[in-house]
Design a protein around this ligand. Structure first.
Ligand SMILES: [Fe+2]
Length: 191
């Protein structure tokens, strides 16, 4: 099995998100990659005697979704800020109009989901069966994630994503900063 590697992102200066905030967040991301590999390695060893190790194996198997999604969702997140902000157009934006009435209606919904209490992610996903777009909330990294969906946009709503720049009551300002730096062409490329 291929080992997972920590990706690097070419991020310029972001508007409303400090270098310190991004650097600290990237360290957390690297931790998820490390733990995904650690679980894979450990499970391989434990499987040699799965009867004796059943308890630890089941705990690590449950843990895998948290660590793996923690890794992958952060890769979606940081790569959205690459190559600076672009208010791009494309088929995702067109489909948002079909499914939500207008881009602005979807945007308002997405932002309001971000203001929900709790830690997790707001995702714009596309159903692989119907092509329907959904705005969903994922608690932690994995709870509430829907099967068979392509992730088009991922907004981190863990406090670690903004706490160096914004206090919890300024969540709204963090969300505005997120969209200020978003390269929409990346979202389109995932659709
Ligand atoms: Fe995060």
């Amino acid at each position: 099995m291929q080992t997972y590697t920590t990706k690097t992102f070419s991020l310029g200066t972001l508007d409303g998100l400090s270098q310190r905030q991004i650097d600290e967040h990237l360290k957390l991301y690297a931790g998820y990659v490390k733990n995904v590999n650690a679980i894979c390695d450990r499970v391989k060893i434990l499987k040699a005697d799965s009867a004796t190790n059943a308890l630890e194996l089941s705990e690590l198997t449950r843990r895998f979704g948290f660590e793996f999604n923690g890794m992958r969702l952060h890769e979606y997140y940081f790569s959205q800020f690459e190559k600076n902000m672009v208010a791009g157009e494309g088929k995702v934006k067109e489909k948002l109009v079909v499914d939500f009435g207008s881009y602005d209606a979807w945007l308002a919904e997405f932002k309001s989901v971000g203001l929900m209490r709790g830690i997790g992610w707001v995702l714009l996903v596309q159903d692989e069966v119907t092509n329907n777009l959904h705005t969903i909330w994922v608690s932690d990294h994995e709870i509430g994630n829907l099967a068979g969906q392509k992730v088009l946009l991922a907004m981190d709503m863990w406090e670690h994503a903004f706490l160096l720049d914004y206090i919890p009551s300024q969540k709204k300002d963090y969300i505005e900063a997120f969209f200020k730096n978003l390269n929409w062409n990346i979202v389109e490329s995932r659709g």
